[in-house]
Write a protein that binds this ligand. Structure first.
Ligand SMILES: Cc1ncc(COP(=O)(O)O)c(C=O)c1O
Length: 294
């Protein structure tokens, strides 16, 4: 926290921190897998872009963040199946009011052994999803490319999905299109083409990797709108995130997607993604000294 290393149960921030008071901050989530952090630079670039977009001047450089992330993993002796979070908040102001002027930002980096997003066997078998009545915050209100601490909309969608007995939520925007879910990007497979929304979504790093893998595997891709209709007629559907990887969605609102089981394209992408992570290609090794750049 702000350059000091503390035990997780002792690390704390002020009750006057704008991150807590107003959700005024940004974050990024990373994973350590097989000794590497995949696309570390891309995560840190996105973190910096998010901060810039909310006019938050981070008191650390990208190089310092890079080294902090590696040092955090090394100190915790974690190099596989670990979850890392980098958080920047507006910090503390003179008075705990909305006025952000004169704020001293807070920077937090933590790493911990990974708790699974959903049980791996369950993920492999396929997740059920609900199209929620909770609507997405419009693009014009908060740009979804900002990975901000304002996740209430996502949490409410998740609560709705869980109450309906579903594993995950698919959040529809005010025009009726499915943008993303609480913490993941969405894909459907239609007539063999992999389709994912083009805009109005977080620039997901796993999404980007999936699009690269589609290219490598010769799978046709279309970036365009995804509607509830597409889930009704799709052969396959899946969601992607750093914390969960590529996760099949096999039913939506109680209706099967395609055959209702893990489909061949999702399977191929999952295998190719795992192979890529294991290879270390595009990854920063964790065990090297923090000063060594990827
Ligand atoms: C709203 C949202 N969309 C998509 C994603 C997936 O992005 P990534 O693959 O970079 O983890 C996340 C990740 O946390 C997210 O919060």
């Amino acid at each position: 926290v702000n350059g000091e290393w503390e035990q997780a149960n002792q690390a704390s921030v002020s009750i006057f921190d704008h991150g807590l008071l107003y959700g005024d901050g940004v974050f990024d989530s990373l994973m350590a897998q097989y000794g590497y952090i995949h696309k570390l630079d891309a995560h840190l670039d996105r973190f910096e872009r998010s901060a810039k977009a909310i006019h938050l001047e981070l008191p650390v450089t990208k190089k310092q963040l890079h080294d902090l992330v590696l040092e955090c993993l090394q100190r915790n002796e974690l190099d596989d199946a670990a979850y890392i979070k980098v958080i920047g908040t507006r910090g503390i102001t003179k008075e705990p009011l909305l006025d952000p002027r004169g704020a001293k930002p807070t920077v937090i980096v933590f790493a911990r052994p990974y708790l699974h997003w959903a049980a791996p066997e369950k993920v492999a078998a396929g997740l059920s999803a609900k199209l929620t009545s909770v609507r997405r915050v419009p693009f014009s209100a908060i740009d979804p490319r900002v990975k901000s601490l304002n996740y209430l909309n996502n949490i409410l969608a998740r609560i709705e999905a869980q109450r309906a007995g579903c594993d995950e939520a698919l959040i529809v925007d005010d025009q009726g299109f499915v943008g993303e879910g609480p913490g993941f990007n969405v894909f459907v497979v239609r007539s063999g083409t992999v389709v994912t929304p083009e805009q109005g979504v977080l620039e997901g790093i796993t999404r980007e990797t999936v699009l690269e893998l589609c290219d490598e595997l010769g799978l046709p891709v279309r970036r365009g709108p995804v509607a509830p209709y597409d889930y009704a007629v799709a052969e396959e559907a899946f969601i992607t995130s750093t914390a969960g990887g590529i996760m099949p969605i096999t039913s939506v609102d109680g209706h099967k997607v395609g055959s209702g089981t893990l489909g061949p394209i999702t399977r191929r992408l999952r295998e190719a993604f795992d192979k890529l992570l294991r290879s270390g290609k595009g990854g920063t090794p964790i065990r090297q000294k923090a000063a060594v750049r990827s």
